[in-house]
Design a binder for this molecule. Structure first.
Ligand SMILES: NC(=O)c1ccc[n+]([C@@H]2O[C@H](COP(=O)([O-])OP(=O)(O)OC[C@H]3O[C@@H](n4cnc5c(N)ncnc54)[C@H](O)[C@@H]3O)[C@@H](O)[C@H]2O)c1
Ligand SMILES: O=C(O)CC[C@@H](O)C(=O)O
Length: 387
């Protein structure tokens, strides 16, 4: 019986992927084989040694101690692209809320008093305060052209906007998906100088912390709108508010509320709603459940953020999955032990990624605990499982 512990609310469509006969799935469970979570911060959580894999039902993995998990030979999975459409639609919503002053206008409408005739008169007076601007012909800068950025960029082109994108690690797959009319910037500064709207779709890490700061905001066009549906900390909120107060920025739309932001008249802040659609929650949960299941049952790895992609069809009922440091002679030492203990290797796949490597081996006879212990004792072996 495999045990999956859910640490956040996970769509039942994903949880239904785990057959009841072979899986126990619960939010409270002793010695889980895997965690399934969304945004819960795991950095200060004591993760039990029983955990073999962590599945993040979403894109961002900055809430997970990846290095610590790598050192334990534990793959961390995410769900690339599974919530991209939900975020794209909210970015469009944010752009329209911002450029048409919708939140301020709605607040004003809610505060109208008197009979309907006087409300109608008042409406004609107040509406001039909320005159906005339209999207076609304006320039959208998209920082990060991954699953979300690419789809936001294409959407903006379809709406008649000019689009400029920046991503120093643009993949070939994303380049194929991007509309050929999207201009490429060589630096963030070059992008900012051209943009009326700037939207950010990069992971949060040391390299992207404070990516948008006072210096960069000052180089932007006057009255630009910044949208942050990526992570708190990528835009320096204090600097954004200062620029709003100085009349430099038009509006700041952000998915990460704080005391500084929540009541500011030119900030629209939402409670981390980017991926909160039934469709996105289902897509993410199903993708993660499939990946965890294939890992637990077969040792295969798909969409891990720390381990290589590994898939090997089973040729016997005796499989071993080994995570190890990416150093010479690991496979040699492992196969020597298997040979010395009378196992014939029927198939083997070894892949590496950075400092880590991962090996799947199918052998002809059952692998005993003694053999597992000998392999575990090899210097550089991080985890060993028989499946
Ligand atoms: N608000 C939400 O609910 C929500 C939902 C989904 C994702 N997110 C956030 O959005 C981020 C992006 O998601 P995604 O699915 O597009 O991920 P992705 O991995 O498909 O794309 C990220 C892209 O950013 C690029 N990148 C990395 N560092 C960069 C930098 N310094 N400058 C420019 N580009 C850089 C990468 O090359 C990659 O192409 C996630 O990491 C997550 O933090 C938020
Ligand atoms: O799970 C969520 O609701 C948010 C997910 C989002 O931040 C992500 O990085 O995918």
């Amino acid at each position: 019986m495999y045990k999956i512990q859910t640490l956040n609310n996970i769509s039942v469509k994903g949880l239904e992927k785990f057959p009841r006969e072979t899986y126990e799935v619960a939010s409270e469970i002793q010695n889980p084989d895997a965690y399934m979570l969304r945004s819960l911060k795991l950095h200060n959580v004591d993760i039990p040694e029983s955990v073999l894999a962590i599945g993040r039902a979403g894109a961002g993995v900055n809430n997970i101690p990846i290095e610590k998990m790598s050192a334990r030979g534990v793959p961390v999975f995410n769900a690339p692209g599974a919530n991209a459409n939900a975020v794209k639609e909210l970015v469009l919503t944010g752009m329209l809320l911002g450029c048409r002053n919708i939140c301020q206008a709605w607040e004003c409408a809610k505060n109208l008093t008197g009979d309907d005739e006087s409300i109608s008169k008042e409406v004609e007076q107040v509406k001039k305060k909320f005159v906005g601007f339209e999207l076609p012909g304006r320039t959208l800068g998209v920082i990060g052209l991954g699953a979300i950025g690419t789809s936001v960029a294409n959407m903006a082109r379809d709406l008649g906007m000019n689009v400029v994108g920046y991503d120093p690690a643009l993949t070939v797959e994303r380049a194929w998906q991007l509309s050929s009319s999207i201009e490429s910037a060589n630096t963030v500064d070059e992008l900012l100088a051209k943009s009326d709207f700037v939207t950010i779709h990069v992971p949060f890490n040391e390299g992207t912390k404070n990516l948008i700061n006072a210096r960069r905001i000052n180089t932007m066009n006057d009255n630009a709108i910044i949208l942050n549906f990526s992570r708190n900390g990528i835009v320096n909120d204090e600097d954004a508010v200062e620029a709003l107060n100085a009349g430099k920025l038009y509006s700041y739309i952000c998915d990460f509320p704080s005391n500084l932001l929540k009541d500011h008249p030119r900030v629209i802040t939402l409670p981390h709603l980017g991926a909160s659609t039934g469709e996105a929650e289902e897509n993410c949960a199903i993708m993660i459940a499939d990946q965890l299941k294939d890992f637990l049952e077969n040792g295969n790895i798909k969409n891990s953020v720390n381990f290589p992609q590994v898939k090997m069809p089973r040729v016997s009922g005796y499989r071993m999955a080994i995570a190890n440091s990416n150093v010479p002679n690991m496979v040699g030492q492992i196969s020597s032990i298997l040979a010395e203990t009378g196992h014939n290797i029927l198939d083997l796949l070894n892949k590496s990624r950075g400092d880590l490597a991962y090996t799947l081996l199918d052998v002809d006879t059952e692998i005993t605990k003694d053999v597992v212990d000998q392999i575990k004792a090899i210097d550089g072996v991080l985890s060993v499982r028989t499946i």
